[in-house]
Write a protein that binds this ligand. Sequence first.
Ligand code: FES
Length: 165
Amino acid sequence: MIEKSTQCACTEEMQKYGEIRNVIDLYRDTEGSLIQILHAAQEIYGYLPLELLEIIAVSLNKPLSEITGVLSFYSFFSTKPRGKHTIRVCLGTACYVRGGKKIIEALRKTLNLEIGETTEDGKFTFEVARCIGACGLAPAMMIDGKVYKQVTPQKLTSILNAYMD
Ligand code: FES
């Protein structure tokens, strides 16, 4: 027996593409708007897959290489799906000398993840940062917008537990 589908699985994706097209239309004639468009597209879609970059390139009448060139220059753009939460461990000078690398190592082991990767369950993306403005209480890390100061490997489990919803 064939079950009746209630809604196309691609509806949500089509809506996101529609929103991105609206953003492109809004900024199309604005000089230097590519970064704004890419930001908005990443905000809406979550990341910037190749097919989306191709749509942006065609819509703006730009070569795809120009778009990918911008992406490779700015670390905040991602071409892979990102986790629900983003962990950024600071490796700026103050954090580096006060144990930032130990935090990195502990997270690699705890999450079984390398820098730049996302956990298989899609919960965390693991990145490094260069100073997040908490040098006086280094080492520091951020999860989404929240800054954690004087982090130690021992504190990591309780910090991460708050995001295990
Ligand atoms: S160097 Fe880590 S917060 Fe400034």
